[in-house]
Design a protein around this ligand. Structure first.
Ligand SMILES: Cc1cc2nc3c(=O)[nH]c(=O)nc-3n(C[C@H](O)[C@H](O)[C@H](O)COP(=O)(O)O)c2cc1C
Ligand SMILES: Nc1ncnc2c1ncn2[C@@H]1O[C@H](COP(=O)(O)OP(=O)(O)O)[C@@H](O)[C@H]1O
Length: 303
């Protein structure tokens, strides 16, 4: 899969079919859009592409909201796995300024050489999101562009959306979120140093520094898997502020079962499977670690 970063004036030299959207999470409905794009690409001999909006690095650093379902790396890896051939990245601030007409007639049709477009039923585009599906269809007809609009896909009577998945994760409904994603919600993070109390008490934990501004799962303990160096291990994971220890700030820590390696500074993938219990403030550290033992046993018992 080829990845290119462009500015509004740049032109690309391939004729493409382009799937449009933000694709945070690449959930089941996003996956359908991507399948449709690939189908059209095969039929019309076009390059199967996705247009991705990036944030200016400085702005991304200032970003205070924590709501992403995946990092850029995770998105690119999944798009490649699904069969996308080209990802075109452009800064959102540059797209935002284009009028709906310029976005379709100039940017998509001329600069990107889009010959077909795949969008979801509620797609908006252009300056102040003024463009909608009807407008897109009208411009496309004049240009002779093929447009495939994917209807709203539902699961359990509700439309699948990134917003809905974020809400479920924040409520601890990981099972449902994973059903809508079509895979486990996964936080990528680097293992950093904590207070080293875990090791002393027989339950070392890998403290994760997330690699993106992920949505934060409901505080509590989760049954998880963790991918370390290509190996998948079971792990009992805590998300929260560790109230027993009067700590402050968010901590995501995984006790990996049957594991005894130094993994400081390594990047791992933490896959959330089930919410086990709420975070609690225990009377003392011994009580806390008795409970951690029980949590670990529940994870061990999982098939
Ligand atoms: C499975 C598991 C469950 C946890 N549950 C709680 C909890 O309910 N309340 C709490 O204050 N801390 C909880 N923690 C966090 C521990 O306080 C923390 O992992 C421990 O103090 C070790 O910290 P360290 O990695 O900085 O050494 C839990 C940790 C794990 C691994
Ligand atoms: N089973 C395990 N689960 C998680 N981390 C482990 C495990 N075994 C060894 N480690 C290593 O030990 C570190 C955790 O030990 P801990 O005492 O909790 O230290 P810290 O407070 O720095 O997180 C991890 O970052 C990792 O390098």
């Amino acid at each position: 899969m080829e990845i290119i970063q462009i500015h509004p004036q740049d032109k690309i030299d391939k004729e493409i079919v382009v799937a449009l959207g933000n694709f945070d999470g690449i959930h089941l409905a996003h996956q359908e859009l991507i399948r449709q794009a690939i189908k059209i690409a095969k039929k019309k001999k076009l390059t199967a592409s996705v247009l991705m909006f990036t944030e200016h690095t400085k702005k991304a650093l200032l970003h205070t909201e924590q709501n992403l379902l995946m990092s850029r790396r995770q998105k690119l890896d999944l798009l490649e796995k699904l069969g996308i051939e080209l990802v075109v990245e452009i800064e959102f601030s540059e797209i935002m300024k284009m009028s709906p007409e310029y976005f379709v007639n100039e940017f998509l049709a001329k600069h990107l050489k889009a010959r077909a477009i795949v969008v979801g039923y509620d797609y908006r585009f252009g300056y102040k999101a003024k463009g909608n599906i009807d407008l897109l269809l009208a411009y496309a007809e004049d240009l002779g562009l093929d447009v495939k609009v994917v209807e709203a896909i539902k699961k359990k009577k509700n439309i699948i959306s990134s917003t809905r998945i974020r809400d479920e994760i924040q409520k601890g409904k990981i099972g449902l979120a994973n059903d809508l994603l079509g895979r486990p919600f996964t936080i990528q993070g680097r293992v950093v140093h904590g207070k080293s109390l875990g090791k002393k008490m027989g339950y070392p934990t890998a403290n994760l520094q997330p690699l993106a501004h992920y949505v934060v799962p409901k505080y509590g303990v989760y049954d998880t898997n963790v991918l370390v160096n290509g190996h998948l291990y079971k792990a009992a994971t805590s998300v929260g502020t560790n109230p027993t220890l009067k700590e402050s700030g968010l901590k995501i820590e995984a006790h990996i079962l049957d594991f005894d390696q130094d993994i400081y500074n390594q990047e791992v993938d933490l896959q959330f499977l089930t919410f086990l219990r709420k975070e609690k403030s225990f009377k003392n550290v011994d009580e806390l670690f008795k409970q951690i033992e029980k949590d670990t046993n529940r994870v061990r018992a999982r098939k």
